[in-house]
Design a binder for this molecule. Structure first.
Ligand SMILES: Cc1cc2nc3c(=O)[nH]c(=O)nc-3n(C[C@H](O)[C@H](O)[C@H](O)COP(=O)(O)OP(=O)(O)OC[C@H]3O[C@@H](n4cnc5c(N)ncnc54)[C@H](O)[C@@H]3O)c2cc1C
Length: 323
């Protein structure tokens, strides 16, 4: 196999989703035989040799001054060129905002299909198959890849990054690609995001999410304090986002972010199917709800039936004491 991995960066920093994709590529290359090449798009290319430690034998660099910001058409043209140059049989992306935007563009340029938001890739009778959630996470489907290259986006935090191979370096080489930067169809004029010390929801190991059970935005302090005690990021249900209690960037679910942290604490959230679609692949789910019949308890590993206004401060205090 010739496996190509899109090395996602933001502000020149390689994102965790890229390391997770490299980890899966390395595992598949070892199981099926093959090579792992990275493709990087950016305005600078510092420190890419170190991706050898993450399993990339080579990194192709599409360098362009316009690539200081994400450009869907330009990045996709470069990744498609890299797929052709390496005779890729498999192309992997993280299913991040950028991966979700770019992978379909690359698939269209190469005239192949795409398995989106995969949670497992395995070899069956020598052929690659992907497992992906469908129907808002209610079911999983297994898909094959009749065309080459196979293309997949990988759900963040589901695939393990590779064990570091200390001292190994990747060969870094420029990539030739064709793209007319002077005739863009769309231009990113700026980006804005949540500020603060907490990691992005999709990259967080621990998330504490609050729902309508909190009764009002003023009570989200309880969620913030529990999140601080756990070193977690704060999430929210759509009900509270629609009510204006939290920004849309905090929303977890079908029309919000898909998250797979090690620990997801749902506080005062009923567990509607659209919320579960975004968090049911979390490794450990803790639910706090006063209604013992709330659907969230069906997916929870640990359930706490009680009034959140009593339970959450006590839990926060207990966790602080542990530290
Ligand atoms: C097309 C579509 C897309 C959607 N996308 C999303 C999405 O992306 N994300 C999402 O979250 N939702 C989404 N929804 C909305 C979803 O259907 C639910 O309406 C929403 O998730 C409910 O939010 P909630 O659980 O906070 O509120 P509720 O359903 O009102 O639940 C509040 C919970 O708090 C509990 N509670 C109340 N008081 C206390 C207390 N004192 N102590 C403990 N527990 C208490 C209650 O028992 C209840 O279970 C979508 C809906 C549609 C139609």
């Amino acid at each position: 196999m010739s496996i190509l991995v899109y090395i996602e960066q933001r502000d020149g920093h390689v994102r965790p989703v890229a390391r997770e994709a490299l980890g899966e590529a390395t595992r598949l290359a070892a199981a099926l035989g093959g090579t792992v090449t990275g493709v990087y798009c950016g305005a600078t290319d510092d420190g890419l040799t170190s991706l050898g430690e993450a399993g990339a034998a080579k990194v192709l660099v599409a360098k362009h001054e316009a690539f200081v910001r994400y450009d869907g058409a330009g990045y996709a043209a470069a990744v498609a060129a890299a797929a052709r140059a390496t005779n890729a049989t498999l192309v992997l992306f993280g299913a991040s905002s950028i991966g979700k935007d770019m992978a379909p563009r690359v698939a269209a340029l190469l005239g192949v299909g795409l398995a989106a938001d995969c949670t497992a890739l395995t070899a069956k009778d020598g052929k690659l198959v992907a497992r992906r959630p469908v129907m808002a996470g209610k079911a999983f489907e297994t898909v094959g890849f009749p065309m080459s290259p196979a293309m997949a986006t990988l759900r963040p935090k589901v695939f393990a990054p590779p064990a570091p191979q200390a001292g190994k370096t990747a060969e870094v080489a420029p990539l030739a690609f064709d793209w007319d930067a002077a005739a863009p169809r769309a231009i990113v004029t700026g980006t804005s995001g949540a500020t603060g010390d907490r990691p992005d929801l999709t990259e967080s190991e621990i998330i504490v999410s609050g729902g309508r059970g909190l009764k009002g935005p003023e009570n989200f302090g309880l969620i913030e304090q529990l999140a601080d005690a756990l070193g977690a990021t704060v999430g929210a249900s759509r009900a509270v986002v629609d009510a204006g209690w939290r920004p849309h960037g905090d929303q977890v679910g079908q029309t919000g972010k898909t998250v797979s942290p090690k620990l997801y604490v749902a506080v005062g959230i009923s567990g509607a199917i659209q919320h579960l679609a975004g968090m049911s692949s979390s490794r450990c789910i803790v639910a706090i709800n006063k209604d013992a019949d709330a659907p969230i308890f069906k997916v929870a590993d640990y359930g706490l039936v009680g009034d959140l206004f009593e339970v959450v401060p006590a839990l926060t205090e207990a966790i602080r004491k542990l530290h």
